[in-house]
Design a binder for this molecule. Sequence first.
Ligand code: FPP
Length: 248
Amino acid sequence: MTSLPPDLDPQKIPQHVAVIMDGNGRWATSRGLPRIAGHRQGARTLKELLRCCKNWGIKALTAYAFSTENWQRPIEEVDFLMLLFERMLRRELAQMHQEGVRISLIGDLSALPSSLQTEMEHSMTETLNNQAIHFTVAVNYGSRKEITTACRQIAQLVQQGKLSPEAINESLVEKHLYTADTPAPDLMIRTSAEMRLSNFLLWQMAYTEMYFTDILWPDFDADAFHQALLSYQKRDRRFGQVKTFFSA
Ligand code: FPP
């Protein structure tokens, strides 16, 4: 689908969508395939979703690709995922750059294979000034670790006398998160009938609308995304406030 479906209101399109891509393993197993086949298909799904977001006027997409807990998976699966990330970046970079995609990788990237780190650095530098859509992939990401790291950085500034404790506020904390230059997600989608956040963007999603679907990630196509956006557009976002019907 290239243009926005007519039943969606262009004025109420989320600016930033976050996705927890769950169900790759089950998708593959149910077809008698190895789990890695699910990840491979999942990567294609993500590519399609990115294109869909761009065509429908969404300005940012953030995908949870590998958590700090995912290292506990079988070594073959971890190795495959690392290779998949690297291959995707290498193969898709030119096209994404041409389409105006800005790529960011967030997480503790220092623990990743060095060839992958090189590819990540290159993709981020190359696409830094692109404006069409901001595509962020979380790899070796954990929200608690991100917040803890931010606290440590802020504490060091205080210890060095560069910051007073009174100057610590929410906006300062935000500046120390991996997502410093990205507005919070408006909509978070998790596939495969799991209903939890799994340590993903805990600070950033304080007021994000949540959408859960039974669909397994590799099957999450434009129609499924359309349904998620229809649900989002029915929500009444109050950000903790009371809706005012009359103005004074
Ligand atoms: C969760 O499904 C999926 C992952 C941990 C990996 C997600 C990675 C991709 C979709 C590839 C993305 C590619 C790039 C280049 C960013 P699961 O394996 O936990 O599925 P299960 O719950 O059915 O076992």
